[in-house]
Write a protein that binds this ligand. Structure first.
Ligand code: 73E
Length: 830
């Protein structure tokens, strides 16, 4: 009875002793309780890893409290919500980030030191959650942090891969891939929701039925899989708000196929069911290319279907009229990977909710917004019609229906311009008939975003020109950003303290524009001294890491020159390596006296190559071959070293970025949609050597060309350089000389490197390494010159940090909330 329930609630209230406390003594008690009852170790004897586990559970408890409060608050207030759909999240480690966002870093450190543990050592015990490939996935993680911090009613949805991005192991200079079974040691940062499950259907047939005199379609599935929710609380900084990242895992369906059990082999039946789990077992490691694999499509639909069932259930818990859906729900498509959500919403509205087609389509177009992250043609997703027809027969029909509606509308507006109609069509005819997911997403979304201004312009003038001309009002730009919580506060505590000291406040951690205040002190000698000290501490940390991973001792006085990102031809790691060989060659040919003028450099390269990407793998091998030669040449000594950092990931980035003096962002203009690494380096006061590509164009506007080293062809010059080739391209002799050295086997592996050399010579030099080489060397020389003048360098460094505010994901999210999603903050009371 209701009386019983009230009595029960009162009793529970009595038993609860308020919220968990955050003073060091309470924390210690909770840690020890978890040692004993969660980790099941003796509280008198536990090691660093067990201490990490206990501490994490102690933090998890605190997250859960805030998370419950936030969810109750959202439910009570019922604001419009945003649902962020992404197939990838690169969360990295959670412990330090959570402690900082909860505002209990010092208390935790105190509590631990009294128990004889060091916080930093425990934080190192945690493995990375690497459920993504690169920039796109880390962007999702940064945006979740901003959504929570800025109190937005947001949910992230994704897949809980059992194997994250592969581990990169280097053997004899070659990349090998090893599985990342990241859940081996448990994951305290997730909460399994055994009761939040949804069935997901695949295969089968579509039949017609009649109800109340009306025809409708019924999808009779051939396979059912269960989606189970795993919730990852995402705490905001300086707020009680803690939002949810809900990741789905596949489990065999509970709806028993009795027939199979009764007639067939029991063991066989169980083994077959178990195969359902493969859907969420592995992250595809291909960055910016897709292969039209069935498992990938299954993953996409599995994730979309479960998320939408969850979203609609939440909507219906309080609302009846689906026409109100767009007032309460914004669905954000992170690239086309979740674009099956569009036909899925249509299917639910038309087949299940029995709305009219037009009404359903109107609702659909009001809820979706789409962000695209690339300009590379090979990255545009196309799904073979055959594949879709067998896996999701009803969705294919719906996509065809959408396309006929689309084509009719187009014909009304542009007449029978067949070339244009076929370019814009959602269906691509051709050898393999396929569905263009980007065209579907653009047509059915109210807003299409690019990830930097340059990228957004390229979308409008090149990639999706036809669409832009038809619906200019749909196209927007949301320049990417990164969270200063992780990329300064967590990863660079000394710089964080220094900034707060000079600004006289910690408010910049929530209000990034305050960083501009540093400009005032850019020439202040005492700031310079403290700034250089902080930089030295971070370089020391990086030098120790280099020594530990490669055995190489490096001098802290050298310039630390870093390029870390996925290995890709357009990102031009090869240009960097050719530049390094050239530098080596120059030093070798120098008179002894001239060598004194050389600025010593430690060149650091890190990044993974997609397992099937042959050229990228050759670049990694070349890097090792060159390093082997240079690092063992006694003639060179400390003047030049080259290190490849293996298994680059988020936590490695957190250690490298604060220690870098110079970082390279040198993609061929027009190829890097945005790039976000550059923003992290900028915040940390590292100078950039860059082409005018993606977001660096906007960085130039913020800090001025004088405070970075810019080089290379501009985006409007690239096409001409490619077209006219050798008639206008001036490839310096030094470039040809270096390529010759590689071809002639100067670094060994002569045969293996020939095809790599082919990609940068003559008209095959698609990414224009030769054409940009001279200007690259000039930029490098300018960097050397600036480095000698440490006063100038430090000032440039301070101005970089001071000018990085625009590149906070807080700004990106604010823009999305206002201009794209139409949502308001909903702050949970303290
Ligand atoms: O320029 C980056 C951008 O900064 C872009 O290449 C990257 O997204 C970043 C964030 O906006 C990106 N990743 C992918 N496409 N663009 C991608 C494609 C397929 C699979 C996984 C990732």
């Amino acid at each position: 009875s209701s009386l019983d329930r009230t009595a029960k609630a009162e009793r529970m209230f009595e038993l609860m002793d308020g919220f968990l406390k955050n003073d060091p003594v309470s924390l210690q008690k909770d840690i020890l309780d978890h040692v004993e009852y969660t980790v099941a170790r003796s509280r008198f004897s536990f090691d660093d890893f067990e201490a990490y586990q206990a501490l994490s559970h102690c933090i998890r408890d605190r997250l859960i409290e805030r998370w419950h409060d936030t969810q109750i608050h959202f439910k009570r207030k019922d604001p419009k919500r945003v649902y962020f759909l992404s197939l990838e999240y690169l969360m990295g480690r959670s412990l330090s980030n959570s402690i900082i966002n909860l505002g209990i870093r010092d208390q935790c450190a105190d509590a631990l030191s009294q128990l004889g543990f060091e916080f930093e050592v425990l934080a190192e015990q945690e493995g990375d959650a690497a459920l993504g490939n690169g920039g796109l996935a880390r962007l999702s993680a940064c945006q979740m942090d901003s959504l929570a911090t800025m109190d937005f009613p947001a949910w992230g949805y994704g897949l809980r891969y059992q194997y994250g991005l592969f581990r990169q192991v280097i053997l004899d200079g070659f990349q090998h891939e090893q599985p990342d079974y990241w859940l081996n040691f448990g994951n305290p940062w997730e909460i399994e929701r055994v009761h939040v499950t949804y069935p997901v259907k695949f295969y089968g047939t579509v039949e017609e039925d009649i109800s109340n005199g009306e025809k409708y379609k019924v999808w009779i599935p051939g396979e059912m899989v269960e989606a189970v929710a795993y919730d990852n609380p995402i705490p905001g900084y300086g707020t009680r708000n803690t939002i949810t990242l809900r990741l789905w895992a596949a489990k065999p369906s509970n709806q028993h196929d009795m027939e199979a059990y009764n007639t067939g082999d029991y063991i066989d039946a169980v083994v077959t069911r178990q195969r359902a789990e493969t859907i969420s077992s592995i992250l595809y490691p291909d960055d910016r290319s897709h292969q039209g694999k069935e498992l990938r499509l299954k993953q996409q639909y599995f994730f979309v279907s479960a998320s939408l069932q969850d979203i609609i259930r939440r909507f219906k818990d309080g609302h009846k009229d689906l026409n109100q859906f767009p007032d309460k729900v914004a669905l954000q498509l992170n690239d086309t990977h979740p674009a099956l959500a569009i036909p899925e919403v249509m299917r639910i509205l038309v087949d299940e909710e029995r709305l009219g087609w037009n009404e359903a389509f109107d609702i659909t177009c009001k809820i979706f917004s789409f962000t695209t992250h690339t300009v590379l043609a090979e990255a545009l997703e196309k799904i073979p019609v055959d594949l879709l027809e067998s896996l999701l027969p009803r969705h294919l029909q719906i996509i065809y229906d959408i396309n006929s509606y689309f084509m009719e509308e187009l014909k009304r507006r542009i007449g029978l311009d067949y070339n244009r109609l076929s370019r814009m069509s959602i269906v691509e005819e051709g050898a393999v008939k396929s569905i263009r997911m980007a065209n579907l997403s653009i047509f059915c979304s109210h807003t299409v975003n690019g990830v930097s201004r340059l990228h957004s312009e390229l979308l409008q003038t090149r990639v999706f020109k036809d669409f832009y001309e038809m619906w200019p009002e749909k196209f927007q730009c949301k320049t990417n950003g990164v969270t200063q919580r992780r990329w300064i506060v967590v990863s660079n505590p000394s710089l964080c303290a220094l900034i707060s000291k000079w600004l006289g406040t910690e408010s910049w951690i929530r209000d990034i524009d305050l960083l501009m205040g540093l400009r005032e002190y850019a020439a202040d000698i005492s700031l310079h001294q403290e700034w250089q000290m902080v930089r030295k501490i971070n370089k020391m940390r990086l030098a120790e890491y280099i020594e530990a991973t490669s055995g190489l001792k490096v001098s802290l006085d050298a310039m630390f020159d870093v390029q870390i990102k996925r290995i890709h031809e357009y990102k031009r790691q090869l240009l960097n390596i050719i530049g390094i060989i050239h530098r080596y060659d120059c030093i070798k040919n120098m008179a002894k006296d001239d060598r004194k003028k050389v600025v010593p450099r430690i060149c650091i390269i890190g990044g993974k190559a997609a397992p099937g990407y042959e050229m990228a793998k050759k670049i990694i091998k070349l890097c090792h071959a060159v390093a082997e030669k240079i690092n063992n040449d006694s003639d060179i000594g400390d003047l030049l070293k080259l290190v490849f950092i293996p298994d680059y990931n988020v936590s490695v980035a957190e250690m490298i970025i604060p220690g870098a003096d110079l970082s390279q962002h040198i993609s061929t203009a027009g190829h890097e949609a945005s790039g976000t690494g550059c923003m992290k380096f900028l915040m940390n006061g590292c100078l950039l050597l860059a082409t005018a590509d993606g977001s660096t164009v906007e960085i130039i506007e913020e800090i001025g060309e004088d405070n970075m080293f810019l080089f290379g062809a501009k985006v409007h010059e690239v096409a001409t350089l490619r077209e006219k080739g050798s008639t206008i391209v001036k490839v310096p002799l030094q470039f040809a000389r270096v390529v010759r050295m590689v071809r002639d086997g100067y670094f060994g592996f002569q045969d293996y490197f020939q095809s790599l050399c082919d990609t940068v010579e003559g008209s095959d030099d698609y990414y224009l390494l030769g054409a940009d080489f001279e200007s690259y060397l000039e930029a490098q020389a300018a960097a050397d010159k600036a480095f000698v003048d440490q006063k100038k360098w430090t000032q440039m460094s301070i101005l970089s940090t001071a000018g990085s505010g625009r590149f906070s994901s807080d700004r990106t999210i604010q823009d999305y909330a206002e201009q794209t999603w139409g949502i308001e903050p909903c702050r949970c009371p303290l």
